[in-house]
Design a protein around this ligand. Structure first.
Ligand code: ADP
Ligand code: MG
Length: 404
């Protein structure tokens, strides 16, 4: 038997595994690297975070990715090269983290790599009848596995698509396994570039679990800042947005897109929520003369209202629920205030309250998916379940790369 097949077999039978989860979202802020000890599988999964870092991307990295990121017409050679280069780059980043943490690669059981999304194209966006929903994450798993010398599980989204889903949001599976509670209804809200949430009813009935994107989280605000404020990547601590006033006309135009009236679950990316989207809304609402501060304040309110509307919708049948937030948006105080103000009855907490670092949460969720890939009965166990609504039949997710 191939030595790595044997190793995989051994891995699958262990009671706990050391898994490095890697996440790089649409914000392109950095690579989240979470070293987790994951015990058990399926509903018995438990996670301890042993180390966590977001290793910031250099402007060179960001520029290379941005040259193809969510752009329809790109140079194919660049995409081809980037696929290998990002795998290599992420592998080297893991090696540097392991060095800093004083941990040997040989002690790590598995790497779970999300890769870098460069295009996300659900059917409702492309509207081409012959084509299914599609998405593309680059940063090849073989390059990563070879660079670190550890078996790597990557490219989690493709089988979800193959089974008729939109390939996102996949956080649902990890959320369900790690955060479900019989004591309370939970909304797990992640505010990355895109905002998404998972609904975890206290019934623990996997058929009622729902995960969906709800709209832009930080991506439009970040893009606006990067266009108008030289050298800035985001509006740190909402300093600029706080100086502005929300334009009700622009806000209404931003909310008018049919994405918001479509039912859940649904997914979206910067392919829609980009600066053209803002420009069109400004045109429609004749608000071209608004100051930058006012535009940013309005974008912040737009993100907050999309999130609130989705939570209201999803929780409309229950008396009480808790909200646990994660992702970079939790560090944006105006955004969080704008959400909190609309929930007088519920104090929004971060996943810290559940002993999970909110900045590490997405990386952990993919580590859990990889754990299911090697040791779970997988997502079939979660149910016709969680994925029932999204795909035709339950599937496992992730592709395995051997180091050599
Ligand atoms: N101090 C801060 N003030 C305002 N926004 C912040 C702050 N820190 C992080 N953010 C926001 O969080 C984003 C990163 O969020 P993250 O969850 O990493 O997104 P992604 O998953 O898309 O990479 C940044 O681009 C920025 O918009
Ligand atoms: Mg990030």
């Amino acid at each position: 038997m191939h030595k790595h097949i044997e190793e995989l077999h051994r891995l699958g039978s262990k009671s706990e595994r050391l898994i490095i989860g890697l996440m790089s979202g649409t914000s392109l802020d950095g690579l989240d690297v979470a070293l987790c000890r994951i015990a058990g599988q399926g509903p018995d999964t438990s996670v301890d975070i042993l180390n966590f870092e977001t290793v910031p991307y250099t402007s060179d990295y960001r520029e290379r990715v941005l040259s193809v990121f969510s752009i329809r017409n790109v140079d194919l050679q660049t995409v081809c090269l980037l696929n290998a280069w990002i795998g290599l780059h992420h592998g080297r980043t893991v090696n540097a983290c392991l060095d800093r943490w004083g941990i040997l690669a040989t002690d790590i059981d598995l790497i779970a790599s999300h890769g870098q999304t460069i295009y996300h194209c659900p059917k409702h966006l492309h509207q081409l009848p012959d084509y299914p929903s599609a998405t593309l994450q680059i940063g090849d798993g073989d390059h990563l596995a070879h660079t670190v010398g550890v078996i790597t599980c990557s490219d989690f989204r493709q089988k979800h698509l193959a089974a008729g889903g939109e390939g996102a949001p996949l956080a649902m599976y990890g959320d369900y396994l790690v955060f479900s509670s019989a004591n309370e209804n939970r909304v797990m809200l992640n505010i990355g570039g895109i905002a998404n949430l998972t609904w975890l009813p206290s019934s623990l009935n996997s058929k009622d679990v729902l995960s969906t994107d709800v709209g832009t989280g930080n991506t439009l605000m970040d893009a606006f800042i990067q266009q108008h404020y030289d050298g800035m990547l985001f509006d740190a601590d909402s300093e600029i947005a706080r100086k502005g006033t929300v334009s009700t006309a622009l806000l209404a135009a931003l909310k008018a897109h049919k994405f918001f009236s479509r039912g859940f679950p649904k997914t979206i990316g910067p392919e829609l929520f980009n600066l053209d989207y803002l420009d069109r809304a400004k045109q429609v609402s004749s608000t071209q003369a608004l100051s930058s501060e006012d535009q940013l304040a309005t974008l912040s309110q737009f993100s907050a209202d999309s999130i609130v509307q989705a939570i209201r919708n999803i929780t409309s049948q229950v008396d009480s629920f808790s909200i646990y937030s994660s992702g970079g948006g939790i560090h944006n105080p105006l955004l969080m205030d704008n959400i909190q103000q609309q929930f007088a009855e519920t104090v929004i907490q971060t996943t810290d309250a559940l002993n999970i670092d909110p900045d590490a949460k997405e990386a952990i969720v993919f580590a859990v998916l990889a754990n299911e890939c090697v040791a779970g009965k997988v997502v079939s166990e979660i149910g016709d379940a969680a994925i029932g609504a999204a795909v035709a039949r339950p599937v496992s997710m992730g592709k395995i790369s051997f180091p050599d």
